[in-house]
Design a protein. Structure first.
Length: 600
C-alpha cells in the first residue's frame, strides 16, 4: 500500500453522526487490510477446527488398525499446524497494523479539529479533560480494535466454523450447540446493553479526575502558597472514588455474566447427547471425540466475550467523548475561500461590541488606525484593552459591528492569510520546550535561516544573552521557557514577532518585565522596525505613549476618548488623572510610577 504522509494539513470528512459510524468510516479507509484479516482469520479457525476432526479420525483409525491412514493423518495434522501458525501470525500482524493506523488517523483528526477551534472554545475547556480524551480515550480506541475487535471476530468466526464442522460430522449433533449459541447471543445482548452506560460514565469520570489533577499540578505554586494541599487532596480523592465506584460496577456486571455457566451445562449436554447417539450406533467413537473437541472450542468465544466486549464498550464510550469534542461549536469560520492579499494595515473598528457569554467587555467601540500608525491603548485593568486587540486577528469575532482591515471585514479574509500578516506579543509569554532558534522561528516556519534569526534577536536585544548560554541558539528553554527570566522570554517573543515581518504588530504590555536600560535599547529597535507597520500598543509607560500617533482611552469596555497625548491631556479628565503627575516627576521617577499604573 502507498504510504500516506502524516501531516496536519490532511482533511477528514468522516461520518460523525454516531460513534459506531465514525469508527466504521475510519476503518473502511483500509478495506484491503480488513478483507485480508477476515480471510486469514477464517482460514486460521478452519485449520484449527480441522485438527479436531483429524483427532477423531485418528481414534477411528486406531480402532480399525489402519496404520496407513494413521500416517496420513499425522502428516496432515503436522502440515495443518504449521500452516495454521503462519496464517494466524499473518492475521495478527494485519489487524495490528489496522489498529495502529486507525488510532493514528483518529489522533490526527482530533488534533486538526482542536487546532481549528476558536479561542472561545478553548476558554471553555479544561485542559486535563482534553488531554484525557486525546491520550487515554485514544488508547481505548486502539484497544477496541486490537485486541477488542480482533478477539470478537476471531471468536465469533470460530463459533461459526465450529457449528459448520459439527453439522458436517452429523446434523443431529447440532441440537445442543445451536441452543447454546442462541442463549449465548441473548445473554450477550443484555450484557452489552447493561455495560454500555457504565462504560460511558467511567470514561467521563476519568476525564473529570484527570482535569482535577492537571489543574492542581499546573497551579501548584498557588496551592502551596495558600496552604490548600488538603483541599486539593480531598477534591481529588472524591473524584477518584467516583471513578473507582464505576469501575467496581463494571466488574459486578462482568461477574454476573451467564454464558460461562451456560457453557459448562452445554458441554455436559453435548457429551450426553453424543453418547446417546454413539450407543445407538448413529455415530462412531471418533466422531464423538471430534464433536467434543469442537464443542470445547466454544469456550474461547465464551471466555473472551466478557473481556473483549468490555474493551469495545470502553472504546465506543471513548469515541463518543472524542466526537463530542470535535463536534462542539467553534464560533469561528476559517473562510478558506476568503480574501487573500498583501495587507496594508488600515484598521477600522465600526461600532464594535463583544462579550464573554452574557458579560459585556467592549461596548460600541469605533476608531481608525491608518497604515503605519502607532495606536497606544490605555486604561485600567478590565477596561477591555487586550480583548480589543484580539478582535483584529480573529482570536474572537465581534458580536456587533465590524472590524475592517484594508476595507474588508476580517471575517471576509482567509484566516491563514489574515493571521500570517499580524504578529502579537503578549504580556504572558508562551515559549515551547524547544531550542531558542526554533522559538524565534516558530511563526516563520522552516524557511527562516540562522542569519535572519540572529538579526531578529539583535533587534530585540536578545542576541547577547543568548550567546551567553553554552549551546547558544540551540539552547532548549524548557517547558514554557522556564530556564529564562521574564525579560528574556519577552525579548525572545519580540524577536519571534519581528522575524515574521508583520504588516500589523500588536504589543500587549510586552516590555513590562524588561529593565529600563534594556527597554531603551528595545524601543530604538522597535521604532526602527515599526516604520511602515500599523501597531496597536497596550502600555502603561509614558515614554511609549508619547511617540504614539494616537491614544485610545478605555474605561469599562467603552472608548471614552482618542487623540494624541497632548490633546488628551487638554480635554480628557480620565487621561489627565492617570498621567498628569508625570509632567512634574524626574525621568527616573516617571518610569517607576508608570510601572505602578494598572494595565490589562
Amino acid at each position: 500500500m502507498a504510504k500516506r504522509e502524516f501531516t496536519v494539513t490532511n482533511e477528514y470528512h468522516y461520518n460523525t453522526s454516531s460513534p459506531t459510524r465514525w469508527i466504521i468510516s475510519h476503518l473502511f479507509r483500509y478495506k484491503f487490510l480488513i478483507i485480508t484479516f477476515i480471510v486469514l482469520a477464517l482460514a486460521t479457525n478452519t485449520l484449527y477446527s480441522q485438527l479436531r476432526v483429524f483427532t477423531g479420525s485418528a481414534f477411528d483409525a486406531v480402532l480399525q488398525h489402519n496404520e496407513g491412514q494413521l500416517v496420513f493423518i499425522a502428516v496432515a495434522m503436522l502440515a495443518s499446524i504449521l500452516l495454521c501458525a503462519c496464517v494466524d501470525l499473518g492475521a495478527r500482524s494485519v489487524v495490528q497494523l489496522l489498529g495502529s493506523r486507525f488510532a493514528r488517523d483518529a489522533r490526527e483528526e482530533l488534533y486538526i479539529s482542536l487546532l481549528g477551534k476558536s479561542q472561545t472554545f478553548h476558554n471553555r475547556q479544561r485542559v486535563g479533560d482534553i488531554m484525557a480524551r486525546a491520550a487515554n480515550d485514544m488508547n481505548q480506541l486502539q484497544d477496541m480494535v486490537v485486541p477488542g475487535f480482533d478477539v470478537i471476530f476471531d471468536s465469533f468466526s470460530s463459533m461459526a466454523v465450529v457449528i459448520i464442522y459439527i453439522g458436517l460430522l452429523n446434523p443431529q449433533l447440532l441440537l445442543v450447540p445451536v441452543l447454546y449459541v442462541i442463549g449465548f447471543l441473548i445473554a450477550l445482548y443484555f450484557y452489552s446493553r447493561t455495560l454500555n452506560p457504565v462504560s460511558r460514565k467511567l470514561r467521563e469520570q476519568f476525564g473529570v479526575t484527570n482535569a482535577v489533577l492537571n489543574e492542581a499540578i499546573s497551579g501548584i505554586e498557588v496551592v502551596k502558597s495558600t496552604s490548600q494541599e488538603e483541599q486539593e487532596k480531598q477534591k481529588f480523592a472524591e473524584n477518584a472514588t467516583k471513578y473507582r465506584d464505576y469501575f467496581v460496577r463494571s466488574g459486578q456486571i462482568q461477574g454476573r455474566y451467564l454464558p460461562t455457566l451456560l457453557f459448562g451445562i452445554a458441554l455436559a449436554l453435548c457429551f450426553l447427547h453424543g453418547l446417546f447417539l454413539l450407543l445407538n450406533h448413529q455415530i462412531t467413537l471418533g466422531t464423538l471425540v471430534s464433536f467434543m473437541a469442537l464443542a470445547g472450542n466454544l469456550r474461547f468465544v465464551t471466555d473472551m466475550s466478557t473481556w473483549s466486549f468490555n474493551l469495545v464498550q470502553l472504546g465506543v464510550a471513548g469515541s463518543k467523548r472524542i466526537i463530542d469534542l470535535m463536534k462542539e461549536e467553534t464560533e469561528l469560520d476559517e473562510n478558506d475561500g476568503g480574501y487573500q492579499g498583501e495587507m496594508q494595515g488600515d484598521i477600522v473598528f465600526e461600532n464594535v461590541s463583544f462579550g464573554y457569554g452574557t458579560t459585556p467587555i467592549l461596548k460600541n467601540v469605533s476608531f481608525h488606525a491608518k497604515p503605519g500608525q502607532t495606536i497606544a491603548i490605555v486604561g485600567q485593568t478590565g477596561s477591555g484593552k487586550s480583548t480589543l486587540t484580539k478582535l483584529v486577528n480573529r482570536i474572537y469575532d465581534a458580536q456587533q459591528g465590524r472590524v475592517l482591515i484594508d476595507g474588508k471585514d476580517v471575517r471576509q479574509w482567509n484566516l491563514d492569510s489574515l493571521r500570517s500578516q499580524i504578529s502579537t506579543i503578549e504580556q504572558d509569554i508562551f515559549l515551547f520546550s524547544r531550542s531558542i532558534a526554533e522559538n524565534i522561528a516558530y511563526g516563520f516556519g522552516s524557511k527562516a535561516d540562522q542569519a535572519a534569526i540572529e538579526n531578529a534577536a539583535k533587534d530585540a536585544q536578545a542576541h547577547e544573552f543568548i550567546m551567553s548560554f553554552k549551546e547558544g541558539y540551540n539552547t532548549v528553554v524548557g517547558e514554557r521557557g522556564v530556564m529564562l527570566s521574564g525579560g528574556q522570554r519577552q525579548r525572545i517573543a519580540i524577536a519571534r514577532a519581528l522575524l515574521t515581518d508583520p504588516r500589523i504588530l500588536i504589543l500587549d504590555d510586552s516590555t513590562s518585565a524588561i529593565d529600563s536600560a534594556t527597554e531603551d535599547q528595545i524601543q530604538k529597535a522597535i521604532k526602527r522596525v515599526l516604520q511602515g507597520r500599523t501597531t496597536l500598543l497596550i502600555t502603561h509607560r509614558l515614554s511609549q505613549i508619547r511617540w504614539a500617533d494616537k491614544v485610545l482611552v478605555m474605561r469599562n469596555g467603552a472608548l471614552i476618548d482618542q487623540g494624541t497625548h497632548d490633546e488628551l491631556m487638554e480635554r480628557c479628565d480620565t487621561y489627565r488623572r492617570i498621567f498628569s503627575h508625570y509632567d512634574s516627576a524626574p525621568a527616573t521617577e516617571q518610569v517607576e510610577k508608570a510601572t505602578a499604573v494598572g494595565g490589562e
